[in-house]
Design a protein around this ligand. Structure first.
Ligand SMILES: [Zn+2]
Length: 92
């Protein structure tokens, strides 16, 4: 109906927020961690079911995520030592 041409737009990429530094980034540049029946895991595919949280690639964010409560809070659980170790080892 309208003769207006759509301006060229960048493809919209979904944005997510790092649970530690609260910076918004492209979903693809964040690392998703998911609470699963087997514990907290890194989800490289973004398709695992379960409550997920996003972390950016900053070392400081990972240190705080693995040491503090913020990641556990985001996942509504308490991270176990095994969870922390697994995340540390699986970290890209
Ligand atoms: Zn961050």
């Amino acid at each position: 109906m309208s003769g207006k041409q759509q301006p060229r737009r960048k493809f919209h990429t979904p944005q997510r927020t790092c649970v530690i530094c609260r910076q918004k980034r492209d979903k693809r540049s964040l690392i998703r961690v998911v609470r699963t029946a087997d514990g907290v895991q890194i989800d490289p595919t973004g398709k695992l079911e379960g409550r997920g949280a996003y972390l950016c690639e900053n070392d400081a964010c990972w240190e705080r995520a693995l040491q503090g409560q913020a990641l556990g809070n985001a996942l509504r659980m308490a991270l176990s030592n095994e969870d922390r170790i697994r995340l540390q080892q699986a970290r890209p």
